[in-house]
Design a protein around this ligand. Structure first.
Ligand SMILES: [Fe+2]
Length: 174
């Protein structure tokens, strides 16, 4: 068995060798990565809940909600990658387990028993609003650190979450 060699060059929080010098302090990079980890957990949790509802929705609105949820979970699934990779670019480890996501997410897990169709819609409105709040709470820090790529990413996520919340909310009007 080969002996395990521990690198003496270990200088980054993610365990990679080599210092990061992109003009954002180590403290700010850590804080932004932590905030983005919360957004990643919210996004993944909302993705899974939306896919769950795509599978389990019933009732007269089945066709339209089944298709709408598919478009939404596909968008959320695509969104997790750039968030995780921004965390990596800041020199930190991207969380990627159900246990970590459950701990980091501001959103509840999907209910074990499928709710009625309009209750699904209500849960998803709350999920998109919660993810928007998580993204928005990071803006002050990202601005202060002149972290434009993270600001750009947050802007894109806020646009999607607020627009999707509006579309879902519109279904609840009498
Ligand atoms: Fe499907």
């Amino acid at each position: 068995m080969a002996s395990k060699k521990i690198s003496k060059l270990k200088t980054s929080p993610d365990g990679s060798s080599g210092a990061i010098n992109i003009g954002i302090s180590e403290k700010d990079r850590a804080a932004i990565a932590a905030g983005l980890s919360g957004l990643l957990a919210d996004t993944y949790t909302l993705y899974l809940t939306t896919h769950n509802f795509h599978w389990n929705v019933t009732g007269p609105m089945f066709n339209s909600l089944h298709a709408m949820f598919m478009a939404q979970y596909t968008e959320l699934w695509t969104a997790v990658d750039p968030i995780a990779e921004r965390i990596r670019s800041l020199g930190h480890v991207a969380p990627g387990s159900y246990a970590q996501f459950a701990q980091l997410s501001s959103l509840p897990d999907a209910p074990a028993q499928p709710p009625k169709a309009l209750d699904m819609v209500r849960i998803l409105v709350e999920g998109h609003e919660g993810a928007a709040r998580t993204a928005r709470a990071l803006f002050a820090l990202v601005d202060k650190a002149s972290d434009e790529p993270s600001a750009d990413l947050l802007t894109q996520r806020l646009t999607v979450h607020e627009q999707t919340a509006w579309m879902l909310r519109s279904l609840l009007d009498e």
